[in-house]
Design a protein around this ligand. Structure first.
Ligand code: CA
Length: 219
């Protein structure tokens, strides 16, 4: 498990990272909220301060939740009820007030880790849509029994879409999942790969375009 610590206070950050290291949990520090928005795929869990130099932690969390479900524990000096509720409503998995007791923080990290591993165990890697079979773990697929070859990016795009059949997936989310950066323009690449993917899948209508937003997997 790799933990991302978003904290602008050097003393607090050092103490946290040392304490986690003492429990053999590798952690990396970021100072700005913006850093988390580009580096989040590196982490399995994030500890997020709210008072950050470039943007408010709640805004960071909102932007993060558009593209990622990585577990987030807010760790902040703000102990008023309104802040706690706003944090949880905007997608935090847990909320701790500084100075947090290390044993309590570790217990909460462990609880989130258990939930995540249970969720992983209940998902299988094969998806069937009519004559199309997709094995997400093996990264292979076949159409009417014939194997199909996709490029890495095409497969990643397909995987991101079929993960949520019937649900609208934003262009931003796809760019983030496939290119690792939703906040830099890779829009053209997305269009090119989407066209190629649709052509290979036999029926372009398997992927519906939602104008001004993104795409939806029809299957
Ligand atoms: Ca701070």
């Amino acid at each position: 498990m790799r933990i991302g610590v978003v904290e602008d206070d050097d003393g607090v950050a050092d103490a946290l990272i040392d304490a986690l290291a003492a429990h053999r949990i590798p952690a990396q520090r970021m100072v700005r909220g913006r850093d988390l928005l580009t580096r989040h795929p590196e982490f399995d869990l994030v500890l997020l301060d709210l008072g950050l130099p470039d943007m408010d932690g709640i805004e960071v969390l909102r932007s993060l939740r558009q593209v990622s479900a990585v577990p987030v524990i807010i760790l902040t000096a703000r102990d008023d009820e309104r802040s706690v509720v706003r944090g949880l409503r905007n997608g935090a998995d847990d909320y701790l007030v500084k100075p947090a007791r290390m044993t309590e923080l570790l217990a909460r990290i462990e609880a989130i880790r258990r939930r995540a591993s249970r969720a992983r165990q209940t998902t299988t890697s094969t998806r069937q849509f009519g004559d199309l079979t997709i094995d997400l773990a093996a990264r292979s697929l076949s159409l009417a029994g014939q194997p199909l070859t996709l490029t890495t990016k095409e497969f990643d795009l397909l995987a991101a879409l079929v993960d949520n059949p019937g649900a609208a997936v934003s262009r931003q989310q796809l760019m983030d999942q496939v290119w690792g950066d939703a906040f830099v323009s890779v829009s053209k690449s997305l269009d090119v790969h989407m066209t190629a993917l649709r052509a290979k899948l036999g029926r372009p209508a398997r992927i519906e375009t939602i104008r001004g937003f993104g795409y939806r997997w029809i299957g």
